[in-house]
Design a protein around this ligand. Structure first.
Ligand code: HEM
Length: 173
């Protein structure tokens, strides 16, 4: 009975973590999910900025940004668990024709240069805005928030772009 439960738990884990993904590549399910999710994140971020900039929908902007940050936090944690404990992504990446020359590693370092600071910039912008915009309307904090809001958005864009380049070089090529 214990054996049966252990086997079914392992199967369940294998389905969710560390398994082959759904894109025509050598990426894991989690990698494929994150690669696709980044399109959605950028789209929602674009809508949120449009709403605040052109429509002055401050409450909608706040709700979207807080939800997006929560979804991103859960995704990053799940992704880290998968990459560190379940997916042997190095073996998959070694099959790439760009692996031997070191291009895969270089693209990973470039990606990490954006991916590591981005969550911190987001946390800074998010907590700053939640604490200082009460109610969520333009005020003395606007200038600061606009500058850092654009920096945070650019950091997210670069994280996605460099992530897609790394994904292509390591798991598609
Ligand atoms: C990481 C999260 C966030 C990002 C990346 C972000 C991004 C931005 C950007 C780029 C703008 C400037 C748009 C323009 O050029 O006019 C902006 C404006 C604004 N945001 Fe955010 N935002 C975030 C979170 C929040 C939150 C949580 C609130 C509310 C509590 C908020 C309230 C506002 C307000 C009131 C403005 C208008 C400021 C003004 O034009 O006077 N933001 N945001």
């Amino acid at each position: 009975m214990t054996e049966l439960i252990t086997v079914s738990m392992k199967n369940c884990q294998g389905w969710l973590l560390g398994s082959t993904g759904f894109l025509p590549s050598r990426g894991s399910l989690m990698l494929d999910t994150v690669v696709c999710a980044m399109f959605l994140v950028l789209l929602v971020l674009g809508i949120s900025i449009y709403l605040v900039r052109s429509r002055r929908e401050y409450r909608a902007h706040r709700a979207i940004q807080i939800s997006l940050a929560l979804i991103l936090a859960v995704t990053v944690i799940a992704f880290e668990i998968d990459i560190r404990f379940f997916t042997d992504w190095r073996s998959a990446a070694e099959q790439s024709p760009f692996s031997a020359s070191g291009l895969v590693d270089v693209s990973l370092w470039v990606h990490l240069a954006f991916a590591i600071p981005t969550p911190f910039i987001w946390a800074y912008v998010l907590f700053g805005a939640v604490l200082r915009f009460r109610p969520p309307e333009p005020g003395s904090y606007s200038r600061f928030h606009r500058t850092w809001g654009w920096i945070a958005s650019l950091a997210m864009l670069m994280t996605a772009l460099t992530g897609w380049v790394f994904y292509y070089l390591a798991f598609v090529a």
